[in-house]
Design a protein around this ligand. Structure first.
Ligand SMILES: *Cc1c(COP(=O)(O)O)cnc(C)c1O
Length: 609
């Protein structure tokens, strides 16, 4: 079920009643006057929204000379007296509140409330407003919880009352900075209202007396204050609230958790996304330490200390292009082994970079035949480098990495591999195979987020590659030098994505590293294969050539768009096929997905048929 707003939690004075929030202001002024201290309207209003005793303390903290606790209590005592004497004259309903509340209830939305008034103060108010047609489903005051605003406890009490699990299904509406802070701390959506607010601090008559320009300037100042406090929405008046709810519901639906059956971006763990919430600068030691730990960990997934990892901003293709153009000397002849789209992409890179290259093109549905490669290596002795894709994500087939690498090495060739969708899920023994370099990215089997790619290569190879790369931004040698000397990216680092990758690698280790991940992916894929076989949906790659990363299935009678849309309703996002020869669709089984998800997916597909 997609999430949607289930409750709106209103503040009281200045938000739903008491235009301009005047009831408390006179009380605070009188309270401090009783101590012989004159405070301004602005001082009286600044902490508005807090529990009134906390509010009194906050005003005291603004005074040039400190006052005693006794004096604070005295001022508060006078405040209470003035307030109780006046409060019933300040229970006027604000514009559009009664109609808006009725409309919310019609949509099944609960109406809650929180306040800086005490329970005693509220009692008089409740009767007065009920007479005017406003009775929220719940109210609680700050003196009934351990702490008032900006603590979120009053909101929590509302959520408890309404049985709401996720605070993102609730909206807090208020007219002060502390209202917004309370909502933020509760993780609700927050709405600041401008007209009649304490922040604006004007009576209706004062508003009417202002010129249009003056009023606009005042409103803009209030808007700026709400914005700075982190409000999600800022409205002029309550009649805009229903549109805000619609917009939030649209966002909740658009950003609903869905299981991506795609090979990257993929479903990531909450903590991986959460790691992105810190803003980091790129040059300090803390960030450099994170960067170097990521590179070190990546290196040791497939290699040893004779190898290094060079991180690169961008998607996986950036790393493939950087690897080809930086680690091959200018005239070295490259042989590309191609049996899918990603192989073809490397040919485009070579063509655009005017490389000296040749290619062997194989059937897209079969793994690369080493015999054909050997024939070519025997015939063409100019070839210096052999490059191929390990797992061809186009179809999901897996190429014989060990055989192809050993063969090419036996002919004295360098070997570069696009291991984008296999790295961290397939064992790749770079030192054992004497492999020279591979390229991969953060958003495949490492289960990080898109935006970072990397090349793992022999240190000696990178150190000899100065001046090879015709592109400035993609020059691995320069990037490597910068990491070695300054410990940082040459150009702006995708800081948040790197922090997410750091977390993703921690998760990878926590799960049990490559063996655990391989086991989970294999189980995922088996459930899909067997479940879909029962529905008559067949994979197009033969079992011996099939990877456990992503699988291409015959679409048969099914229509892709219909299948896609129907599954999306059920929370699954599938991937179109890329084969030209027949209609297919693809199901990736990597990312933060488990056997239960696969079982549910099979059931959802069965429903479509
Ligand atoms: C994902 C992937 C790439 C990189 O593609 P981008 O669109 O640049 O992320 C390269 N090769 C293979 C085999 C891939 O799966």
């Amino acid at each position: 079920m997609p999430k949607k707003i289930q409750a709106v939690i209103f503040d009281w004075a200045g938000t739903t009643i008491d235009y301009g929030c005047f009831a408390p202001v006179k009380g605070f002024i009188d309270g401090f006057k009783s101590l012989g201290i004159d405070i301004t309207n602005e001082m009286a209003r600044k902490p508005m929204g807090l529990l009134k005793l906390d509010h009194t303390r906050a005003i005291a903290a603004m005074l040039p000379e400190p006052i005693s606790e006794e004096q604070i209590l005295q001022a508060y005592g006078v405040f209470e007296k003035t307030l109780f004497a006046n409060i019933e004259q300040h229970c006027d309903m604000k514009d559009h509140v009664v109609e808006t509340v009725a409309a919310l209830r019609e949509r099944g939305i609960k109406v809650g409330s929180t306040t800086g008034y005490t329970a005693e103060m509220m009692r008089g108010i409740l009767q007065k407003v009920a007479d005017q047609g406003y009775s929220p489903d719940f109210w609680i005051s700050a003196d009934q919880t351990a702490k008032g605003r900006p603590y979120p406890y009053m909101i929590w009490n509302n959520l408890m009352q309404f049985g709401i699990l996720d605070a993102r299904e609730a909206v807090k509406v208020g007219d002060t900075i502390s209202d917004i802070a309370e909502g933020k701390n509760a993780n609700c959506w927050t709405v600041g209202i401008i007209m009649g607010s304490s922040e604006l601090g004007l009576t209706r008559d004062e508003v009417n007396a202002l010129s249009r320009q003056e009023l606009n300037d005042r409103k803009e100042a209030v808007r700026a204050a709400y914005y700075k406090a982190g409000a999600d929405y800022i409205i002029d008046d309550m009649d805009e609230l229903l549109d805000v709810i619609d917009d939030i519901n649209r966002k909740l639906d658009q950003n609903a958790d869905r299981i991506l059956l795609t090979p990257g971006p993929l479903t990531t763990r909450h903590c991986v996304k959460h790691a992105m919430l810190t803003d980091h600068c790129t040059w300090d030691d803390a960030y450099k330490a994170i960067t170097s730990s990521v590179m070190d960990d990546i290196t040791h997934i497939s290699a040893d200390d004779n190898y290094t990892t060079v991180l690169l901003q961008g998607s996986g293709s950036y790393a493939v292009e950087a690897m080809i153009n930086s680690l091959c000397a200018k005239d070295e002849k490259i042989l590309f082994l191609v049996n899918g789209e990603y192989g073809k992409r490397m040919l485009t890179i070579a063509e655009k970079s005017r490389r000296n290259y040749d290619s062997l093109i194989f059937d897209e549905t079969k793994s690369i035949d080493p015999n054909v490669v050997e024939e070519k290596l025997q015939k063409d002795t100019d070839i210096a480098v052999v490059v191929f894709v390990h797992c061809e994500t186009t179809t999901g087939l897996i190429n014989p990495l060990e055989e192809l690498t050993k063969l090419s090495k036996s002919y004295g060739k360098k070997v570069f591999v696009d291991a984008m969708s296999s790295f961290a899920a397939y064992e790749i023994d770079m030192p054992g195979l004497d492999m020279d370099a591979l390229a991969a990215s953060s958003n495949k089997c490492l289960e990080g987020l898109p935006g970072l790619a990397f090349v793992v290569a022999k240190k000696t190879l990178i150190e000899e590659s100065a001046g090879h790369c015709p592109s400035h931004s993609l020059d691995l040698f320069d990037q490597y030098q910068c990491f070695c000397t300054d410990g940082k990216f040459r150009f702006t680092s995708p800081t948040n994505v790197l922090l997410a990758l750091r977390q993703a690698i921690d998760e990878y280790k926590k799960e049990g590293g490559l063996p655990a991940r391989r086991k989970r992916y294999m189980e995922n894929q088996q459930i899909l294969l067997q479940g879909l076989a029962k529905l008559g949906i067949r994979p197009i790659i033969a079992p011996e050539d099939q990877s456990y990363i992503i699988t291409t299935y015959e679409l048969g009678e099914l229509n892709f768009s219909t299948l896609y849309e129907t599954l999306k309703e059920d929370g699954f996002v599938i991937y179109p096929g890329k084969l030209t020869s027949m209609p297919t669709f693809r199901l990736g089984n990597i990312g933060d997905v488990y056997s239960e998800d696969m079982t549910e997916l099979v059931a959802a597909i069965e429903k479509c048929i």
